[in-house]
Design a protein around this ligand. Structure first.
Ligand SMILES: Cc1ncc(COP(=O)(O)O)c(C=O)c1O
Length: 397
């Protein structure tokens, strides 16, 4: 179940050696990786631009970048946006710049890449304080006790393990009251959740324009970071920020100056992704919601615990006994179900389990296969019942 060599795919079925498995480990939430309209957008872009621009963005960017940033800014409703290859690049370069020698308030369960960005900032003179997961009151207390006037709050949007979004309104309120910038990584929310409204096809909201819009928040003092490598199935990431910060990053953020750019295929798929999102995105989100509901309802019937309260397509399933993770992985593999295992020491012993992620390209039959395998695990006493206490889970990849 780890480091597998995938020999072939057919929709969301994958072949590992001679076994076909239903894939619940991909983050391609909208199924754009398999979308014909998006696939067909790549060859003409390659004909026009070649395979890879290879200039650092400081030297020059194909106009595709301008088009992506314009579309993105419009979709998000932010003042501006800047596109770089990955979220990891952004965290490692932007967090130290925004924090300078001030104080970072870091969610104790923040994704490893945010944590690493904060460590880079610390090495350059910032102080780092940890606040409790999902606890804006604790953040409030820490900030009230802090004298440093330069403050940055760093946290996840939709959590990569629990599948739950934070109370963004509460966190933004605390950050603003204490004169801080709130820096949010919504890698898993972008493309899945969006603005609420009467026309919405599911509780995920409309347009997939991420957590700030979903929460009905503004971008005042809020910096949103997310990427195309999940819902949009492309290698690209962005920071939505005021133009003033964008201009600063263009001369100070290392990846803009020194890193190679994303391949043309990624730029083309991001642009085509905007078109498909506009035309069919809400229908795909409705499908994703329906498949996730099928799984969660089935799990509730089987009395299987999960920290997922949101109905979003990330469903973590903790084990009753962390030592049996290899047995669980083997059983799921034998039942033809591929998931992300969270084994010790990647997560604390109390949080060992596995994560089932759904995408719009999964089928009802695949979800039923997963449910049958979960039933088998529950019958063997390997899973926790819904009434059992579940510790908070550490975010993973
Ligand atoms: C919350 C979160 N942030 C950042 C990343 C890393 O994103 P990227 O591959 O764009 O560096 C991931 C996982 O891929 C993630 O889950």
């Amino acid at each position: 179940m780890m480091d597998a060599v995938i020999d072939e795919i057919d929709g969301r079925m994958i072949r590992v050696g001679d076994r076909w498995l239903a894939d619940f480990a991909s983050c391609n939430y909208l199924g754009f990786d398999l979308d014909r309209d998006i696939i067909e957008a790549v060859p003409p872009a390659l004909d026009t631009w070649g395979t890879h621009p290879s200039w650092s963005r400081l030297l020059g960017s194909p106009i595709l970048y301008e088009q992506i940033e314009e579309r993105l800014t419009g979709l998000l409703g932010s003042e501006d946006s800047l596109v770089l290859p990955t979220i990891t690049h952004i965290h490692m370069s932007v967090i130290p710049l925004l924090a300078a020698s001030g104080t970072i308030f870091l969610d104790e369960r923040a994704h490893k890449t945010i944590y690493d960005g904060c460590q880079a900032a610390k090495a350059r003179g910032a102080a780092v304080r940890r606040f409790r997961f999902e606890d804006p009151d604790h953040l409030d207390q820490l900030m009230a006790a802090e004298r440093d006037p330069t403050r940055l709050v760093c946290m996840d949007g939709v959590n990569s393990m629990t599948g739950n979004p934070p109370d963004l309104v509460a966190f933004a309120d605390v950050a603003r009251r204490h004169g801080a910038l709130l820096y949010v990584d919504d890698a898993h929310g972008f493309g899945v959740i969006g603005e609420r409204g009467p026309g919405e096809t599911s509780p995920y909201g409309m347009r997939g324009n991420s957590i700030v819009r979903h929460a009905g928040e503004s971008y005042d003092n809020v910096i949103l970071v997310a990427g195309f490598s999940k819902s949009y199935s492309s290698l690209l990431a962005f920071i939505a920020c005021p133009t003033e910060i964008k201009q600063m990053l263009k001369v100070a953020a290392s990846p803009y100056l020194y890193s190679g750019p994303s391949p043309i295929a990624s730029l083309a798929t991001a642009l085509a992704g905007f078109d498909v999102n506009e035309l069919r995105g809400d229908a795909l989100r409705a499908r994703l919601h329906a498949l996730t509901t099928r799984l969660l309802d089935g799990m509730a019937r089987l009395d299987i615990a999960t920290p997922n309260r949101s109905g979003l397509p990330i469903v973590e399933i903790p084990l009753r006994d962390h030592r049996r993770i290899a047995e669980v992985g083997r059983y799921l593999f034998d039942q033809g179900v591929y998931v992300t295992l969270a084994a010790y020491p990647l997560v604390p012993k109390a949080e060992v389990g596995f994560r089932v992620q759904l995408t719009a390209a999964n089928t009802e039959a695949e979800v039923d296969t997963a449910l049958a395998a979960l039933e088998g695990l529950a019958e063997r006493g390997l899973l926790r019942a819904a009434g059992d206490a579940i510790g908070t889970l550490t975010p993973g990849a």
